[in-house]
Design a protein around this ligand. Structure first.
Ligand code: GDP
Length: 255
């Protein structure tokens, strides 16, 4: 569980009624299909923060997106015949106002795809990750029983320069319910080494593990100013609490 206050609690009571108070989970539930594109230049140019979901086929990406958005079939749109090599965009935001976009990049490494198609797709994906201007963060799905694959490593190399420049990065370790607690802890520490400064979270769609935490993180990525305000408020309240503590029990001064 995140230790930071939830977004809905971080606003002062006098805050204006708009934008409507929204929890990260409520925000995720606003996801709706925006568009699909087979080529990079078919994607609409946008200035809204965009968060891309990538991962090896069968890593649990569709299930994760559907669990986060509570839209049963949303990400399975990417698996429909004819869309398996498309970038699918979903809009997020209350009252029909889009304040972030999720980009679902279909899974790579699927054995049944012809080699030429695979190469073409990998190129589209690499170009997207390197050049999409409004890309704010990347979420990589990984089944911790298999660890990061060769294709995951290649993708990490592709995005490394952008991550070093501040692009947000999260590895989600999916299907955590299939691991014991000890295995979970081990998978977490290995993935943290591989994440190159990015975040790592355990996730289980089955047990609803990690759902709130991931929603909170994505909300923070898409709303950096509000996230910073919430952090400052949390820090101030911690300071106040420790100031009160020291009033109650003054520290001995060294003479
Ligand atoms: P994708 O190809 O990456 O989109 O993967 P899917 O979302 O289709 O999931 C692949 C398989 O893993 C499916 O059989 C899912 O039911 C299963 N799966 C996904 N998430 C979980 C989870 O959290 N727990 C368990 N036990 N199985 C999961």
């Amino acid at each position: 569980m995140s230790t930071r206050p939830r977004v809905s609690n971080s606003l002062p009571p006098t805050a204006p009624a708009t934008p409507a108070l929204v929890t990260p989970m409520g925000w995720m539930h606003t996801a709706r299909f925006l568009t699909t594109a087979a080529q990079l230049h078919h994607l609409p140019a946008m200035d809204t923060p965009e968060i891309a979901f990538v991962g090896r086929s069968n890593a649990g990406k569709s299930t994760c997106i559907n669990t986060l958005t509570q839209k049963k079939q949303l990400a399975f749109a990417s698996k429909k015949p004819g869309r398996t090599q498309h970038i699918n965009l979903f809009a997020l935001g209350k009252q029909g106002i889009t304040d972030a976009v999720l980009a679902d990049l279909p899974g790579y490494g699927y054995a049944a795809v012809a080699k030429m198609d695979k190469l073409r797709w990998q190129q589209v994906m690499a170009n997207y990750l390197v050049s999409r201007e409004n890309l704010t963060g990347i979420v990589m799905m990984c089944d911790p029983r298999h660890g990061l694959t060769e294709l995951d490593d290649i993708l990490l190399e592709v995005i490394r320069p952008r991550v070093e420049q501040g692009l947000k990065f999260l590895i989600i370790l999916t299907k955590a319910d299939k691991l014991t607690r000890a295995e979970q802890a081990k998978a977490l520490s290995i993935a943290r080494l591989q994440a190159g400064g990015g975040e790592v979270k355990l996730f289980s769609a089955l047990k609803k593990q990690g759902v709130d935490e991931v929603a909170q993180l994505l909300w923070d990525w898409a709303h950096p100013a509000q996230a910073a305000t919430a952090d400052a408020a949390a820090a101030a309240s911690t300071e106040n609490a420790s100031a009160n503590d020291s009033e109650a029990e003054p520290e001995a001064l060294d003479e």
